[in-house]
Design a protein around this ligand. Structure first.
Ligand code: G6P
Length: 613
């Protein structure tokens, strides 16, 4: 969702900004723009559509400038068009602003400005904020632009990451954040600003994560960070480990395909140094001091959105089955607006790939205010959720660029599995023998995922047959029920085919009415505790002429005769099955979407990182 890039230094700013905007395309957006400052003054260019459309708009212009900023907008206030795109000039055009987030009290501020004779070009809350800053700047004796930014932001309710440029001080960028991420890259005589590190990594590995309520004033040779009440702070420079190859396609047609194929490595990375089968131990550094508390907990509440919520549902089975701790899995967006009951002894686990999802962040703050201990399971190091939680474990899946989450899901499930096994072992709810067996089996998962990936061509052939479909049903039981939900979500996200995931037995209570010869039904029918029951559910579908694609366990000779297509996956212990069974569903969704000509990595209307509620 919305992306920010800015640059100040000695180099040509425009190409750096445009390239940076392309790196941020994965976040999801519907218009783009840049502001550049040179002898001609402060110029703004913006365009509805992709960054390529903006590039076409810029072609042939003199863009020479060593300071500038760019933005990709995911529409909230007002439709995606050229006018609503950022940057926005202020009323007297003394400044330009870009903004991620939502200014909740923008209507009140707008009313006050209208009364003063202001008028507005766009429908955005961002233009209101820009005009508000300029108005304070013009009407507060001796106030610098930096002071005006600070004064304005003290009045603002909502979330923001902003960058402001002005003609009055053509060498300076002013940036501020609350609730929306902003990373500053520290170069040699130059600084970069971005919503995440991906546009920065090819120039420098030294970054500063701006904190909430901080304002940064940046020129090519100076960075000064203060709080909203003007107290100087000392920013901490982190070394990022991100490598450029991790954010490039590396020969694959799409990031999503690359990320699906990266899973043997990403799952291994999630386990590295944590699962030590030879030594018969688990090491979870980030949770070391909290493991007793987790083992003693009377209830676990899991929070997340989208795919992360599905990982939470898998964790519910894991913690209940292995550690005998009751678990509730909550949509963060619902939890935050209830008056949830959190008792002493409860643990909250927040799951988030990006670590920036607004609803999850708000749910964490609510749980915190009720005294909960909160663990984070995040992928992005240094993200807002990682910093807002008491402790946690990073998933170490590496950057996920495809909007539809794949390797982040399996990494989340891996980490949650490790947590559940470690908790169960500490509590004594599993035997030593099972503990050791699970560690050995976990270490074998990357090879088994690689084995599933060998079926890619077979899955592509099946996908081809179902490219026509308008609906899909996904069924699974037990731990494969959340996998069915995840398979359906993948398909609808990227192919725009309507798909529903159901617990297989629940089909009789409604979805069975939809089944006819045109309805493809994907059933996860692996040899586990519910195999026989799932086979009965398949019979019910076949009796109504539904077309069944079954995910089966290697060597199952029964199902191929009963269903239309089978995709075999290796046998693993029941509690580890989701790590394997989700992979063919990711490939199926990918192939169908590609065959339907969809923009797989940037599906319509979706954002990778949902920083507004
Ligand atoms: C968006 C993404 C999903 C993701 C969800 C939660 O909807 O498109 O892929 O699962 O947000 O994101 P998070 O970063 O918190 O896991």
């Amino acid at each position: 969702m919305c992306g920010i890039v800015a640059y100040v230094g000695q180099q040509d700013a425009a190409p750096i900004i445009i390239k940076g905007l392309k790196r941020l395309e994965y976040r999801g957006y519907d218009s783009a723009g840049v502001a550049l400052q040179n002898q001609a003054g402060l110029s703004v260019f913006k365009k509805k559509g992709k960054v390529a459309a903006l590039e076409a708009e810029l072609a042939g212009r003199d863009l020479h400038a060593t300071i500038g900023m760019g933005h990709t907008r995911w529409a909230t206030h007002g439709e995606p068009n050229d006018v609503n795109a950022h940057p926005h000039y202020s009323f007297h055009r003394k400044l330009a602003i870009i903004h991620n987030g939502i200014i909740e009290n923008y209507a009140t501020i707008k009313q006050a400005l209208l009364k003063k004779g202001h008028s507005f070009q766009s429908e955005t809350d961002t233009e209101v904020l820009g005009q508000f800053i300029e108005d304070i700047w013009e009407n507060t004796p001796d106030a610098s632009l930096e002071d005006a930014v600070r004064l304005a932001l003290r009045e603002v309710v909502g979330a923001y990451a902003i960058v402001v440029m002005s003609e009055a001080d053509p060498t300076q960028l002013i940036a501020a954040r609350k609730g929306s991420p902003l990373v500053i890259g520290v170069g040699n005589g130059e600084y970069f600003l971005a919503s995440d590190a991906t546009p920065i990594v090819e120039y420098t590995k030294d970054v500063i994560y701006l904190n909430d309520y901080e304002v940064a004033v940046i020129t090519n040779d100076e960075l000064r960070v203060t709080t909203l009440d003007n107290t100087l702070t000392t920013p901490y420079v982190h070394k990022i480990e991100l490598e450029l190859e991790a954010i490039e396609k590396g020969g694959y047609d799409h990031f999503m395909l690359k990320e699906i194929f990266e899973q043997p490595r990403s799952i291994a990375d999630s386990m590295r140094g944590r699962v030590l089968a030879d030594a018969g131990t688990i090491q979870l550094g980030g949770l070391r001091d909290y493991m007793d508390q987790l083992a003693r907990s009377e209830r676990i509440i899991i929070l997340g959105c989208g795919t992360s919520w599905h990982a939470g549902l898998v964790a519910e089975y894991l913690f209940e089955e292995l550690a005998r701790i009751p678990v509730e899995v909550e949509y963060a967006s619902e939890f935050r607006y209830r008056n949830p009951i959190i008792n002493e002894g409860d643990i909250v686990i927040a799951i988030s790939q990006s670590g920036e999802t607004a609803d999850t962040l708000a749910a964490i703050e609510l749980a915190k205010s009720k005294g909960a201990t909160i663990f984070g399971v995040c992928n992005v190091v240094g993200s807002s959720i990682a910093r807002a939680t008491d402790a946690g474990a990073y998933t170490h899946a590496g950057p996920e660029i495809g909007v539809a989450s794949t390797k982040a899901f399996t990494a989340q499930v891996t980490v949650l599995t490790i947590m559940a096994i470690a908790t169960a072992h500490r509590k004594g709810t599993i035997t030593d023998a099972l503990f050791r067996q699970l560690l050995v089996e976990l270490e074998g998962i990357p090879d088994k995922v690689a084995k599933v990936l060998e079926s890619a061509q077979k899955i592509r052939d099946i996908a081809y047959i179902f490219t026509y479909a308008r609906n899909f049903i996904y069924l699974g039981r037990g731990m494969n029920f959340p996998v069915a939900l995840e398979g359906a979500l993948k398909l609808k996200e990227i192919s725009y085919i309507h798909a529903e995931g159901y617990p297989a037995a629940e089909m009789k209570h409604g979805p069975i009415a939809l089944i006819d010869e045109d309805m493809p039904v994907v059933v996860i029918a692996t040899k586990d505790g519910s195999y026989e029951k799932v086979v009965s559910n398949i019979q019910e579908v076949k009796a109504r002429k539904g077309r069944v694609i079954a995910i089966t366990t290697e060597g199952d000779t029964n199902l191929p005769d009963m269903v239309d297509f089978t995709i075999e996956i290796p046998k693993v212990h029941d509690v580890l099955m989701p790590l394997i069974s989700v992979v063919p569903l990711q490939l199926l969704a990918y192939d169908i979407a590609v065959m339907r000509g969809r923009n797989v990595d940037q599906p319509r209307n979706l954002a990778k990182s949902v920083t507004v509620e």
